[in-house]
Write a protein of this length. Structure first.
Ligand code: AMP
Length: 281
């Protein structure tokens, strides 16, 4: 596995691969890798000739009071994990390589970036869209792999790729959960044993919603209120939002029909977790 830390080095390597006719897959991550990331890597290896994983804790997607400084990092462990997974290249630039002094250009996706997580994390998706566009430019992937865990993120990146006529195909991979239902996340490492147990309410409430809809419930407000009540009944949880939205526009829906995304975020102590479920009613 090649370790590349410079933009110029990554561009040169990708240029050579393209010249050799190899199809490039990119899996952007912030590191502290887990099975969720691994599922994207596997899909990339299955569908492309060379897989690049980027590890970059992107400062522009963190708010001033968020966890940028303490976001978990373990490059040694991650490198070993990626090598074992058969990844061809780890792209690991530092912040000054991605945002050199004088940097001023940002990507905004109007109408999508201020909903759901964007409402409680102003500027977050501007940072995400910007860094992903930059990664696409540097690596020039044929395919790029993202997890359905971050449903709003992948929708926004799809929009960027389409609106800016990018040559990269955006692939969404299924959300990976622990055996007990907790959605895998690097941030789970922040949770105490009690908080981790309490956090199971998120997947439990979404599974309940899935069953309610399967049993014929169509009133979005009712389902959302019940999910909220289930989470609020957990003393260690604090709801950020629960919404049932159109998965293409993220606009709230009144009735549960055709495709619906139920998305939520909640705090357990200082840790903010997200989860979601896509329903085809
Ligand atoms: P992160 O390192 O958290 O920024 O995530 C990097 C990529 O992995 C994103 O596309 C995420 O959606 C994806 N990812 C993170 N957790 C999961 C999960 N539990 N299941 C599927 N994909 C995930």
């Amino acid at each position: 596995m090649k370790l590349v830390t410079s933009v110029a080095g990554m561009k040169a390597l990708a240029r050579q691969w393209r010249k050799d006719g190899r199809r490039i897959g990119l899996v952007p991550t912030m590191g502290y890798l887990h099975q969720g990331h691994l599922s994207l890597i596997r899909e990339s290896r299955r569908r492309t000739d060379v897989t690049v994983v980027s590890i970059f804790v992107n400062p522009t997607q963190f708010g001033p009071n968020e966890d940028f400084k303490k976001y978990p990092r373990d490059l040694k462990k991650d490198s070993a994990y990626l090598r074992k997974a058969g990844v061809d290249c780890l792209f690991h630039p530092d912040a000054a390589e991605v945002y050199p002094p004088g940097y001023r250009t940002y990507v905004q996706v109007e109408g999508l970036e201020d909903r759901l997580c964007g409402r409680s994390r102003p500027g977050h998706f501007r940072g995400v869209a910007t860094v992903v566009l930059k990664l696409f430019d540097v690596v020039g992937p044929d395919l790029a792999f993202f997890g359905a865990k971050d449903a709003q993120q992948v929708l926004i990146i799809r929009r960027v790729a389409e609106d800016l006529n990018l040559d990269t195909e955006v692939v969404t991979c299924p959300l990976v959960r622990e055996a007990d239902g907790l959605a895998l996340s690097s941030r789970n490492s922040y949770l105490s044993a009690e908080e981790r147990k309490a956090a199971l309410v998120l997947s439990r409430s979404l599974r309940w919603a899935e069953r309610a809809v399967a049993a014929g419930e169509r009133d979005a407000a009712k389902v959302v209120a019940s999910i909220r009540a289930m989470i609020e009944a957990e003393p260690l949880a604090r709801v950020d939002y629960v919404e049932a939205v159109d998965p293409g526009t993220l606009e709230p829906v009144a009735e549960l029909h055709s495709d619906v995304l139920i998305a939520l975020a909640a705090y357990f102590g200082k840790t903010r977790l997200i989860d979601n479920i896509s329903l085809n009613v």
